[in-house]
Design a protein around this ligand. Structure first.
Ligand SMILES: [Zn+2]
Length: 217
């Protein structure tokens, strides 16, 4: 696979055929949506939304995680992109997209191994460890593969609550200027489940959030 050939092809075909479009967007962009997705190479916002360049502002990280405002060592990389998207670009939607067979969520189930062998990854994904612990306590007899699917879904919805810890997000959601949704993308079927902040998982997320607050007090 030759990356140089691919960019040459981009210049010769995509850019050459759509030159007017690229001239229109060269000065600025007005994306309508902030997409917070996993780094996983199969989860591609432009493909999912059939979107063009300039439409989707993106944050990708392992496990599609948003750090909470009140927790120690909140990582500014993710939050700075959210702040810019919401306050400067005035995006209308934030979509947090979880997905099937997520390596980040599977790693949460083996957090001790990761802390030892991939300490940066371990530290990052431990932000969602209370969700994994909650599933073990609440559903001790559930099969491991089902626990992972539940974790992938709950982890996406949890990030909506994490987003709401930032005043600049909360105010705009409450005034109706900003719409928050979590998606769960099943790569094997192409199905996408959509969850609002007040979803079937709301009560569970409230319980998980109160558990994690106990961890940090
Ligand atoms: Zn993933």
């Amino acid at each position: 696979m030759d990356l140089k050939k691919r960019i040459e092809k981009f210049r010769e075909l995509e850019y050459a055929f759509n030159k007017d479009f690229y001239q229109e967007i060269k000065e600025s962009h007005t994306p309508h949506t902030l997409f917070i997705g996993c780094s996983d190479s199969r989860v591609d916002a432009e493909t999912l939304f059939q979107a063009a360049a300039g439409e989707i502002f993106q944050i990708r990280n392992v496990g599609n995680i948003v750090p909470r405002e009140e927790e120690p060592d909140t990582h500014p990389s993710v939050v700075s992109a959210i702040e810019y998207a919401v306050i400067v670009l005035k995006i209308k939607n934030i979509i947090v997209c979880g997905h099937s067979n997520c390596g980040g969520c599977a790693a949460m189930r083996k957090i001790d191994d990761y802390m030892e062998k991939l300490p940066y990854t371990g530290e990052w994904i431990s932000q969602s460890i209370t969700i994994s612990d909650y599933i073990d306590q609440r559903y001790p007899d559930m099969k491991e593969e089902d626990k992972i699917i539940m974790l992938e879904k709950l982890n996406a919805v949890q990030q909506l609550d994490n987003l709401m810890t930032y005043d600049f997000v909360k105010q705009r959601v409450e005034s109706g200027e900003l719409n928050l949704q979590a998606y769960y993308y099943d790569i094997g079927t192409g199905a996408i489940s959509v969850y609002n902040y007040d979803s079937i998982f709301s009560d569970i997320i409230k319980e998980i959030t109160s558990n994690r607050k106990l961890m940090f007090t």
